[in-house]
Ligand binder design. Structure first.
Ligand code: AMP
Ligand code: MG
Length: 425
């Protein structure tokens, strides 16, 4: 039986076919989502500092963008009423408009102005003829009839109107957003404060970098993987080290972690081995559910609350840590960071060029390499050995090949679903 306590008990009972010994990935995600609400504290930050943070307040446009009608091309600004009904249009050149240096006079009938991209459209004009189409003799300009009137002009407000919502609350700020906000002259915005995530590894067998490995020891790699994945999400990180399988030490570390962080992540010790001490500890101090997720890798997983902190107990196996982080933790952290709609990792269907062995009844996240063949068509192949301790498979991979519970062995050439990892965490 899983350890459950109110309010988890009632929430679990509401879930149809709840089976802690075979919990589907989708159901576990849904369960976790019920407990995620964004941070309430905010920071006012300078624009550059806002990259990767989540907007706590919608940004409304303080101006129209562009602010004035301007040319989209290098060419000649003229009035479309001057276009000749047939044959070439003939105009007199009276000056030049540069970006940042407007042509001040009003352009009269039959006149035109040389204009550069981004320059304000002189009054009296509404169109720009690209310079490549124009013949110039002295100050006489001529060009063939254009296909449409009013071309090559970027009109005031065509990108954003005054007062329009530029970015909604809950939006994760990306590079384009920094530029967009800068284009509006916005130097500071209100974002949710940074999420604080504490983590530690558990295991008597773990050695730290710089120590020489004794027989039976492995280097603690999970803390480095977690550091990398968490850093990419832009959270504040508290690394509490590798803790031996000693209930007292684990208890002390767990409580210290929950005290200072919004989220606590541990790796190892959540299955049912003799040295897996996390379960009794968590029933003593928190409300935590333990699942055997119907997935590979990543079968044992725990989620719950210890005081105010969210707790994720990830498996110990290095690949399982990454798979469960991508499938459960990443999305949860983004929701806690305030992101209103966390998009699922992008997936698409592609032909797998290698046969795959797979048992039905669990979702497998095989590590895959997306590549282009000689014709430039995207295909995928598994990275090779798929053991949950083979971290090089994760290092080689640029996607997961996601094989649903009902899928069994696959022949080469079958279409599979892949989840792209590029640029994520
Ligand atoms: P556990 O879930 O604690 O039973 O660990 C499962 C497997 O993962 C064992 O082979 C552990 O040695 C290994 N493992 C656990 N924690 C780590 C870690 N931090 N770094 C590398 N391997 C680990
Ligand atoms: Mg262990």
């Amino acid at each position: 039986m899983p350890h459950t306590a109110s309010p988890f008990t009632s929430a679990l009972n509401l879930m149809e076919d709840y089976d802690p010994n075979s919990m589907s990935v989708a159901k576990a995600k849904l369960f976790i989502q019920q407990y995620l609400s964004p941070l309430s504290e905010c920071d006012q930050v300078g624009l550059k500092e806002a990259l990767g943070r989540v907007l706590a307040q919608a940004v409304l446009s303080p101006a129209q963008v562009p602010n004035y009608d301007n040319s989209a091309m290098d060419g000649y600004a003229f009035n479309s009423l001057d276009l000749a009904a047939t044959g070439r249009t003939q105009l007199t050149l009276i000056g030049t408009a540069l970006a940042g240096k407007a042509f001040e006079q009003t352009v009269q009938k039959g006149q035109c102005v040389r204009i550069m991209t981004g320059a304000m459209l002189p009054s009296g004009t509404d169109s720009v003829m690209v310079q490549e189409k124009v013949s110039l003799e002295g100050n006489s300009v001529s060009f063939p009839n254009p296909p449409t009137n009013k071309m090559n002009v970027r009109y005031a407000g065509e990108d954003l109107q005054l007062g329009q919502t530029v970015l909604p609350a809950g939006h994760l700020i990306q590079a384009a957003d920094l530029g967009l906000l800068a284009s509006l002259g916005i130097a500071e915005i209100r974002v949710y404060r940074k999420l604080k995530v504490a983590f530690f590894s558990t295991g008597d067998e773990l050695a730290g970098l710089g120590q020489s490995l004794k027989i039976g020891q492995v280097y603690d790699s999970n803390r480095y993987t977690l550091y990398g994945m968490l850093s990419r999400l832009g959270v504040d990180i508290v690394d509490l080290g590798a803790i031996a399988d000693d209930p007292m030490l684990l208890e002390k570390t767990l409580l210290a972690a929950a005290e200072q962080a919004d989220v606590v992540i541990t790796s190892g010790g959540v299955s049912v081995g003799e040295a897996d001490h996390m379960k009794p500890l968590l029933s003593k101090h928190g409300q935590v559910v333990f699942w055997k997720i119907a997935m590979k890798p990543g079968r044992p997983l725990a989620y719950g609350k210890i005081g105010h902190a969210h707790y994720f107990g990830l498996p110990g196996n290095p690949v399982a840590v990454m798979v469960t982080f991508y499938q459960f933790v990443r999305e949860a952290l983004l929701m806690l960071m305030g992101q209103a709609h966390v998009p699922a990792l992008p997936t698409f269907n592609v032909v797998c060029t290698t046969a795959i062995k797979k048992q039905t009844g669990r979702t497998e996240f095989q590590r895959g390499i997306l590549y282009t063949d000689a014709h430039g068509t995207w295909q995928v192949k598994p990275t090779g050995q798929q053991g949950s301790a083979i971290l090089s498979s994760m290092s080689k991979a640029n996607c997961f090949i996601v094989l649903d519970e009902q899928i069994g062995n696959l022949d080469a050439g079958v279409t599979v679903t892949v989840q792209v990892l590029h640029g994520l965490v």
